[in-house]
Design a protein. Structure first.
Length: 448
């Protein structure tokens, strides 16, 4: 299974060379891994019967579909904003035409926006915004890559900014204020360093938009007030998703579905008044849904389900056990987990870590053979804070290492090899710079 998984990832990485869709590879990879697990289930473990495999498959599919439904809802809302010229509200306030200054503005906005919204939604919003402002696709790839890094880093310091921080927060491994205090500065460093380097690739100013581009930015039958209303309503509904989850305890996709329903209702009521507009040109939700990037969604489905097969086979758990046995250093373990998250989805990695290291109480710490090491796994222990940072930021080192990267890759058709050659090193410098900042910060706080 592991060999097939690696070969599948190689095919995904070589998508443009092989001229084979990464979505097709991911779906085949998912099917092969689960089929192997079912056929040789008793070989893996006597307790892993066919019925147990079916139950595991259903459980993982349910978890994956939550993310898929969330992604479809968020992408639809963002597309609605875009097709009605909503992002013009933001671009009007970005006056600079200097590429370097714009890069910094985009990095800062993305970093803080992703702490409130999820990484995927933030990436979709910012990439679509850059598409409206920058015509050169190679330069847009640089901006999109920095957006991915900033989105992943921004999500790592907030309890609601990333799936993994939500997991740690909801399970009680971390508390909100302590997590933010421990990870904000390292996450900020992980954005500043690659932005400083990427700024050297950009020179001059952005070309002014042509009159035709400006004319098509907002449909002629949509007023400026309607465009602004859709922008603020859509963004506000997305911001309310984590609030909805916190208040009612329901999964985020429920909040997104409600938000999409409200947007659908508003736009339908808005178009009822536009009797002079032809039905074919109206950007209703039913029309926008047809333009959703289904290949990216299916790629996401295939990859997450393929990784879940490795998890059910015990491969990820064995890997985590090996790290604990042979490394036995929380800084090294978390750094390695972050590097692995560039290849393997960070959700099962964090889940495996949480299962391998249950939170001890004071009595368990006192009774352990190594109390200082065991204490690092208590609530708000150093291990959990560093895990939140590493698992969130490490995925930036490869374009397919995070949900934000996958979304950006699908929206902008970013070449895997291009990202690896031009951006992976920048992301790695930011990642290791943040790890060093975390260790130094913890050491200074301990000394003081």
């Amino acid at each position: 299974m592991l060999i097939i998984f690696v070969l599948g990832y190689v095919c995904i990485a070589m998508e443009h060379k092989l001229n084979i869709s990464k979505s097709a590879t991911a779906l085949i990879l998912c099917g092969l891994l689960w089929t192997l697990l079912s056929v040789f289930s008793t070989t893996v473990s006597p307790d892993l019967t066919h019925d147990r495999v079916s139950t595991e498959l259903f459980s993982h599919l349910a978890s994956t579909c939550e993310i898929i439904i969330f992604l479809i809802g968020a992408m639809t809302i963002v597309d609605l904003i875009d097709t009605h010229g909503g992002f013009e509200v933001i671009t009007k306030h970005i006056k600079t035409r200097k590429k370097v200054r714009l890069l910094w503005i985009v990095a800062v906005i993305t970093f803080f926006l992703s702490a409130v919204l999820d990484n995927m939604t933030t990436t979709i919003i910012m990439v679509m915004l850059m598409r409206r402002m920058i015509s050169n696709y190679k330069e847009r790839w640089i901006f999109a890559s920095l957006i991915v890094m900033a989105a992943n880093s921004g999500g790592a310091w907030s309890p609601i900014g990333d799936v993994t921080t939500i997991m740690l927060w909801m399970k009680g491994n971390v508390t909100s204020l302590n997590l933010m205090g421990a990870t904000f500065l390292p996450a900020l460093v992980s954005v500043i360093l690659p932005t400083l380097i990427a700024a050297r690739f950009l020179k001059g100013v952005i070309a002014e938009q042509s009159s035709s581009e400006t004319a098509t930015f907002r449909p002629s039958y949509i007023t400026g007030r309607e465009s602004s209303t859709i922008m603020f309503l859509g963004t506000g509904l997305l911001v309310m998703v984590p609030v909805f989850k916190s208040i009612f305890g329901l999964p985020p996709y429920m909040g997104v579905m409600i938000g999409l329903g409200i947007m659908w209702l508003y736009t339908d009521l808005m178009y009822r008044k536009k009797v002079d507009v032809e039905e074919s040109v109206k950007n209703k939700v039913s029309k926008v849904l047809k333009h959703i990037d289904m290949p990216t969604i299916l790629f996401f489905l295939g990859i997450l389900m393929a990784v879940s097969a490795l998890q059910s086979a015990g491969i990820l758990g064995t890997l985590a056990d090996g790290l604990n046995e042979h490394v036995h250093n929380i800084y090294a373990i978390n750094t390695l987990i972050g590097m692995l998250s560039a290849v393997i989805d960070n959700v099962p990695l964090v889940a495996a870590s949480m299962g391998m290291y249950p939170m001890p109480d004071a009595a368990a710490v006192a009774a352990s053979a190594d109390p200082a090491f065991t204490a690092m796994f208590m609530q708000d222990g150093v291990f959990w804070h560093l895990l939140a940072y590493c698992a969130g930021v490490g995925g930036s080192m490869l374009i397919i290492g995070s949900a934000a990267g996958v979304v950006a890759m699908g929206l902008e058709k970013i070449n895997f090899i291009w990202y690896f050659k031009n951006m992976s090193l920048l992301a790695a410098i930011g990642y290791f710079g943040g790890v060093g900042t975390f260790i130094l910060q913890h050491w200074l706080l301990t000394v003081l």
